[in-house]
Design a protein around this ligand. Structure first.
Ligand SMILES: Cc1cc2nc3c(=O)[nH]c(=O)nc-3n(C[C@H](O)[C@H](O)[C@H](O)COP(=O)(O)OP(=O)(O)OC[C@H]3O[C@@H](n4cnc5c(N)ncnc54)[C@H](O)[C@@H]3O)c2cc1C
Ligand SMILES: NC(=O)c1ccc[n+]([C@@H]2O[C@H](COP(=O)([O-])OP(=O)(O)OC[C@H]3O[C@@H](n4cnc5c(N)ncnc54)[C@H](O)[C@@H]3O)[C@@H](O)[C@H]2O)c1
Length: 480
């Protein structure tokens, strides 16, 4: 058994681990980066990039279908599944290549391959070949898709997003479990590429939306196009021939069994904190087993251990993993003189059509932090000028601001160009603008942003009224 001594050990070479490694090195510390799997990160290999590649192919197919609404007829649309998947894989490999190249640029003596597990607060076991003794640690171990054991038992046709981007061809049919971000993004993309898709939602949630009024609009938008069955659970999965027999149960207890080529489990991801030997660190952990940590410094208690990225489950998105990693690596180098790092305004985008975006404080969060003291403005995109012009007139924006100060707090939206509007509004939240200041900004014509102005004007009117005796959260039941 080899023993290595270092100042900082970073566990996991994903986005958070790579930025953590670079920050600790920039802080002047001898740093080891430990990875148990292949290099390339979840984002580039099986996450953000390949999913957006698949969605772009689906958008191309959809544009052809939607063209007839403008009187433009493209003829018969033919989707070559092998060509679609070949582009997804080859472009994905290109992105992965850049990441791998970066890691290859790190000095060989800084990298160890193997699964890391804590033996004590200062020692790690790497597989069965090395013990690493370190003064400080960054846990950046990412997350893993959840698949219930009883589904897994039905064999290899039960898959997760990890497998989709290795397909050579598009399958005939896919059942998707989960109406979260992954279920809706991939479910809609596959549907638009000609795959028979049914999406099962055990409740009524739609991606990250928490505003009940918006949820209604979003459920309608999704069911208008897709076979989404809300309040319907997958209760049994059996292997049948080449595929699967999936039995579901709706809210009235009706059972239905259908054949699909695959079942895609998109019911969430679990932080990789369970096979890390955390019980040997003395760290306090929450009920999910995640060490209790400070969201500004990423420090676990007052220890020399920091946690970053999906591993801490705070905001499991790529830009957050990078920020967490930078803060954790920097503070590992500075320990014990840790300092708060830059945390940005929350921004989450679901790349469905219509796109879904939340930024700043969500409706559900405001119901806790601003009970009775936030106002709501809204706009529907159904009759919004530019949205109708583009035949994308679906969705709604709900904007929130604080009474008295008029400060803009956040928004939730499903609608056209939401990825861009989300950025605009997130910047306004971070700049601590008031609704009045936002309305003083320029708005061109005819643009979707004029819809934002309508919502802000509505919000300004609501802010003029005295706060309702009823908290606006009377209908604030937790998102199902
Ligand atoms: C299908 C999909 C689509 C997504 N799309 C988007 C998107 O559009 N936009 C967005 O912002 N985010 C998106 N995300 C989320 C984003 O990919 C993740 O939040 C981000 O990649 C997490 O980075 P990370 O560094 O925390 O984890 P990872 O990149 O997973 O890195 C963790 C690393 O730790 C290693 N590891 C784990 N345990 C150990 C151990 N004990 N010892 C050694 N190594 C270990 C793992 O092998 C892995 O390489 C998507 C995710 C998925 C799955
Ligand atoms: N565009 C993006 O930024 C993007 C894209 C994909 C993934 N991601 C990240 O990946 C994370 C994981 O995505 P996800 O879609 O797997 O999780 P999610 O938390 O977004 O959604 C999981 C869904 O599964 C449902 N569910 C949970 N248990 C279930 C069960 N037993 N049966 C049926 N349904 C069940 C939940 O109600 C929820 O609707 C997200 O939180 C997101 O941060 C981001």
């Amino acid at each position: 058994m080899k023993t290595l001594r270092t100042e900082v050990a970073v566990i996991g070479a994903g986005t958070a681990g790579m930025t953590g490694y670079r920050a600790a090195k920039a802080g002047g510390k001898r740093t080891l980066l430990i990875e148990s799997n292949v290099y390339g990160t979840t984002c580039a290999r099986v996450g953000c990039m390949p999913s957006k590649l698949l969605i772009s192919a689906a958008d191309a197919a959809h544009t052809l279908h939607a063209a007839s609404g403008f009187g433009v007829h493209a003829g018969e649309v033919r989707i070559d599944g092998k060509a679609v998947m070949a582009r997804v894989r080859s472009e994905r490999d290109r992105f992965v290549g850049f990441v791998v190249e970066s890691v290859e640029g790190y000095p060989a003596e800084d990298k160890i391959h193997g699964h890391a597990r804590f033996l004590s607060p200062t020692r790690l076991q790497i597989d069965d070949h090395t013990v690493v003794e370190a003064e400080r640690f960054v846990i950046a171990t990412g997350s893993t898709p959840i698949v219930p054991d009883e589904w897994r038992a039905a064999g290899p046709r039960v898959i997760t997003s990890d497998e989709v981007f290795y397909w050579d061809d598009l399958p005939e049919s896919v059942a998707v479990a989960g109406t979260g971000v992954i279920g809706l993004e991939l479910g809609q993309a596959l549907h638009r590429l000609g795959v028979r898709v049914t999406i099962f939602g055990r409740g009524g949630s739609v991606a990250q939306i928490s505003d009940p009024d918006l949820l209604d609009v979003a459920r309608r938008a999704m069911t208008d196009e897709l076979d989404v069955r809300f309040q319907t659970k997958v209760v049994k999965v059996e292997q049948q021939g080449e595929g699967l027999l999936v039995t579901s149960e709706d809210a009235d207890g009706n059972l239905r069994s259908e054949q699909f080529a695959y079942l895609l489990s998109a019911i969430g991801r679990r932080p990789n904190v369970h096979k890390l030997g955390l019980e040997h660190t003395g760290l306090e952990r929450d009920h999910h087993g995640i060490p209790v940590y400070d969201k500004q410094t990423m420090q676990c208690g007052d220890s020399a251990i920091f946690i970053a990225g999906d591993a801490n489950d705070e905001r499991p998105q790529l830009p957050e993993a990078a920020d967490h990693g930078r803060i954790a690596g920097d503070n590992a180098a500075r320990f014990p003189d840790v300092k708060p790092g830059l945390r940005r305004t929350p921004l989450a985008i679901t790349f469905t059509e219509p796109q879904i975006v939340t930024m700043g404080a969500s409706f559900a969060e405001l119901c806790v932090t601003h009970t009775g003291c936030f106002a709501i403005g809204r706009v529907s995109f159904e009759n919004q000028g530019r949205s109708r012009v583009m035949l994308q007139n679906k969705g709604m924006l709900r904007v929130y601001a604080e009474y008295h100060s008029g400060r803009f707090l956040g928004a939730e939206m499903i609608g056209p160009r939401a990825e861009n509007i989300g950025h605009l509004l997130a910047w306004a939240v971070q700049a601590r603008l008031t609704v009045g200041e936002m309305l003083d900004m320029p708005f061109y014509h005819p643009v979707v942003e004029e819809g934002v102005r309508t919502a802000l004007r509505d919000l300004a009117v609501q802010l003029e009224k005295p706060p309702a005796h009823d908290c606006p959260c009377v209908d604030c039941t937790p998102a199902p």
